[in-house]
Design a protein around this ligand. Structure first.
Ligand code: PRP
Length: 201
């Protein structure tokens, strides 16, 4: 049997859809149970926080996992990237009230974000001095309240930015969900992983 970590939240529904369309019979998880099996008992699925999927895979608690490129770019886990699933499309962007927010004289730009490493790397590449302010959610509030000049965050529909009076200043990269594999499992369970890949491809 192989174990596959699935992300809670925005990617869960689309991930289940992919499994169902591939002929892997699973029930849509509804209870608080954090793992379930397919009807053929070939796969065990774990339901974990999106940010934790790659950690479970890296530490061999799961053989495979579905994880957004945004999370992979932030935490750079030691896993194999097997397949771009094309689901969960979103963009990593710099957003603010206007373009001026990046042009500060004599002080660094204050950037609020959940994606500290991505933000640091982005501003370093641009040669802009940035002070990164780590938040865990509702990032869009930071420029409104004046604790940051701009944010680095994911945008999907664009609704949250719009409703909070912010707009995209720069796109950093596009993100979709990737099927990742534990490095050891990829070799020791290769036939089973290949079979799973054949199903969902
Ligand atoms: C994400 C992201 C934005 C929002 C973008 O937050 O941080 O706030 O979704 O989506 P939209 O472009 O479709 O409006 P999430 O919903 O994960 O909640 P959070 O703010 O608590 O992290």
């Amino acid at each position: 049997m192989i174990t596959i970590a699935l992300p809670k939240g925005r990617l869960m529904e689309e991930s289940i859809e992919i499994l169902k369309n591939s002929g892997i019979e699973v029930e849509t998880p509804t209870s608080r149970r954090l793992f379930f099996f397919d009807k053929g008992n070939r796969y065990r699925f774990l339901i974990v926080r999106a940010q934790d999927v790659a950690t479970y895979v890296e530490h061999n608690a799961a053989d495979l996992g579905i994880v957004g490129k945004d999370v992979l770019n932030e935490s750079k886990p030691d896993v194999f990237e097997l397949l771009d699933l094309g689901i969960g499309y979103c963009r990593m962007v710099v957003a603010g009230r206007d373009n001026e927010c990046l042009h500060k004289k004599n002080s660094s730009v204050r950037v609020a974000t959940k994606f500290v490493n991505i933000a640091k790397e982005h501003f370093l590449k641009k040669g802009i001095n940035a002070e990164i302010i780590k938040l865990y959610g509702s990032i869009e509030l930071a420029p409104i309240l004046g604790i940051a000049d701009c944010i680095v965050d994911i945008v999907s529909t664009g609704k949250t930015l719009k409703e909070n009076g912010l707009s995209i200043i720069e796109e950093i990269f596009e993100s979709t969900a990737i099927l990742v594999s534990n490095r050891i499992s990829y070799y020791t369970k290769n036939p089973k992983i290949r079979e799973f890949l054949e199903h969902i491809r």
